[in-house]
Design a protein around this ligand. Structure first.
Ligand code: PRP
Length: 228
């Protein structure tokens, strides 16, 4: 019998729809129930090798996959881009849609930020934020935070923020406004480059199953542009 493939799944918002894909494919994938188990091996059948699921922080999923501790994973593209990890990204999924935006006080909308000096930008995405501002010739100080980014402009820690918007409610409830969209993100499948070559048939088969389950559950994803 084949060694199991190992799939890294992200804790948080993407876990339920990602686990649902595998359930649709016939796996139990019971990682978001009552247990705190982080690693789960499910036995195979005569025509299907076993599968192993691991549960990681979203930012760590690309790390497990790049190092080959997981053969493949599901993660938000925002997290993947920020990680800069070298993995193969063969399949986009049709859930986890959100937008990476620059936001701030409504008065900043329409202002020429090129004229401002010493702007501070709070973000959970320091790499993407730095790339975005550098690409526009704007010199800003990026302040990395790990959450509740919308707080930073309210208390004078930063002038702007770069963060995800889903419904827009957090910005609205904190009196902030979107200034520019930097990128649109969704859930995506990533694969370890070596595993993809060495276990090609098995991984391709799994990708085809994932694509089918994604279509049935969430519809086919639209083609997508890379971040600005
Ligand atoms: C995310 C994101 C925004 C919020 C956007 O934070 O960083 O704060 O959700 O969602 P909305 O547009 O639907 O309001 P999350 O809830 O993951 O918590 P965090 O701020 O602690 O990272």
């Amino acid at each position: 019998m084949d060694e199991p493939l190992t799939v890294a799944l992200p804790k948080g918002r993407l876990l339920a729809p990602a686990a649902e894909l595998f359930r649709r494919m016939g796996w139990r994938c019971d990682l978001n129930g009552g247990s705190r188990q982080l690693l789960l091996t499910e036995p195979g059948t005569p025509d299907r090798p076993p599968m192993r699921f691991l549960l990681a922080k979203p930012a760590d999923v690309p790390v497990y996959v790049e190092y080959g501790a997981a053969d493949l994973g599901i993660v938000g593209q925002d997290v993947l881009w920020e990680s800069g990890r070298d993995v193969y990204e063969p399949l986009h999924l049709n859930f986890g849609h959100c937008r990476l935006v620059m936001a701030g006080a409504p008065a900043l909308r329409g202002r020429d930020l090129g004229l401002a000096v010493g702007l501070r930008v709070a973000t959970k995405y320091p790499r993407l934020a730095q790339t975005y501002f550098q690409g526009r010739g704007l010199s800003v100080e990026v302040i990395p935070l790990s959450g509740s980014i919308e707080l930073a402009p309210l208390v004078g820690l930063a002038d702007l923020l770069v963060d995800l918007v889903d419904t827009g409610r957090t910005l609205r409830d904190n009196g902030l406004a979107e200034i520019t969209q930097i990128a649109a993100s969704r859930a995506t499948v990533i694969v370890n480059r070596v595993a993809y070559r060495l276990r090609l048939a098995r991984i391709r088969h799994l990708l085809a199953e994932l694509e089918g389950a994604n279509g049935q559950l969430y519809g086919q994803p639209e083609p997508q542009a890379m971040p600005a």
